[in-house]
Design a protein around this ligand. Structure first.
Ligand code: FAD
Length: 356
């Protein structure tokens, strides 16, 4: 059996890369082990151009956001499913000082274009503590990742281009004109294993800086707010009927896939500050974000084996980064067109040669 590319892993990275390459006419196969944990399965899927306490514009927002929006819209149409939800992010101010500082920042035209002029604070007031008003960020929203991943799995399974299982790295046979994996002959294997890449003998030298994240699924009775409300932690309405996601934590220690009491208590404490309505916790989720030391993705080809590639390091922003960089990677594979230097793994090749 032959194919152009074998994609290992079907989280956001593997799904978006497989779809991109396939839409561009390449024959791809996906190998995914569903028994392994996946960050994408617990991702809130939020894309938000202005983040953090300092209201910083996310890296390359002006290019990434329109690209991602068009990408997901077209993908939805072709797959006949709805998973892209456009909605604003409402940030209730914590104090007068915060109000002043945020309003001053919105004078900057590069920030202003992502902020709504007049916020309808009264609409939020019955549910959200917002005595100082709030800021409303636009061109944001969320992707229902679970739904998107399911649809991609079905799409490639129906075309007999999907198999289940863990890659056996020992079975990879590098050849002059490609690579063999058992009976399979392919041009390249493209690894998209998320944080599990640390088990990959070909790419374990990459400088990941994993970030554990936890969130809660809750039921908030009679909660009609469609916007994502964020005050350091967020409330995202999943179904418009009260089911919401409350998230998320960021920790750099005890990197494992276990939920903790601490995280649950932390999220509840933060949420209770601004949510006026009672809620009931249904579930707690955990994931490991494949973040990198310099907070840029890992895209490119192995320094020694040109038939092995990687698409990883999407960190905290898988949804907004993946479409843009999948296209860059595809163009590179087709014509050698340059991958953004900040994302190309060439920037850390010295670590590979030092590790040998
Ligand atoms: C709590 C939380 C909230 C988040 N919220 C957001 C958000 O709002 N917006 C956003 O953009 N990002 C968010 N993220 C980050 C986002 O989830 C990640 O950027 C993204 O999921 C990374 O995707 P991935 O495909 O690289 O990795 P993963 O999702 O981990 O996928 C890896 C896949 O590879 C498979 N795999 C691994 N090893 C092997 C192997 N050896 N053989 C076969 N298959 C293998 C796994 O089974 C899995 O399916 C959040 C993350 C967490 C934890």
């Amino acid at each position: 059996m032959t194919a152009d590319y074998l994609i290992v892993g079907q989280g956001i990275a593997g799904s978006i890369l497989a779809w991109t390459l396939s839409q561009r006419g390449h024959h791809v196969l996906i190998l995914n082990d569903p028994t392994l944990p996946s960050a994408s399965k617990v991702s809130a899927g939020i894309f938000n151009p202005l983040t953090g306490k300092k209201l910083s514009r996310t890296w390359k927002a002006d290019e990434l956001f329109p690209f991602a929006h068009k990408f997901y819209s077209e993908m939805q149409q072709l797959l006949e499913v709805e998973f892209l939800h456009d909605c604003d992010v409402y940030r209730p101010f914590r104090s007068i000082e915060e109000q002043n500082s945020y309003i001053a920042q919105t004078a900057d035209p590069t920030i202003a274009k992502y902020v709504i002029d007049r916020t309808n604070d009264a609409e939020f007031a019955p549910y959200i503590q917002n005595q100082y008003g709030g800021l409303q960020i636009t061109r944001s929203g969320w992707v229902d990742c679970t739904r998107m991943l399911q649809k991609i799995e079905t799409y490639f399974s129906d075309k007999k281009q999907y198999s289940y299982g863990k890659i056996d790295y020992q079975k990879i046979e590098i050849q002059e004109d490609g690579v063999k994996y058992g009976e399979l002959k392919i041009k390249k294997i493209l690894f998209c294993e998320g944080f599990e890449a640390r088990q990959n003998p070909f790419f374990s030298w990459l400088p990941f800086n994993p970030v554990k994240g936890q969130s809660l699924i809750a039921f908030i009775d009679n909660y009609p707010i469609k916007e994502i409300v964020n005050q350091g932690v967020f409330i995202l309405s999943i179904d418009g009927k009260g089911k919401c996601r409350l998230g998320a934590t960021y920790t750099w220690h005890d990197i494992d896939w276990e939920t903790t009491e601490d995280a649950r208590a932390y999220l509840q404490e933060k949420i209770n500050v601004f949510l006026k309505t009672p809620y009931q916790i249904l579930e707690q989720q955990v994931g490991i974000r494949p973040s990198t030391k310099d907070r840029r993705p890992f895209v490119g080809i192995h320094p020694e084996y040109p038939s092995l590639g990687i698409f990883n390091g999407l960190g905290t922003k898988g949804v907004s980064l993946a479409p843009y960089f999948a296209e860059q990677f595809a163009k590179f594979l087709e014509t050698g067109e340059e991958i953004n230097k900040e994302a190309n793994i060439e920037r850390v090749f010295s670590l590979y040669f030092r590790s040998k």
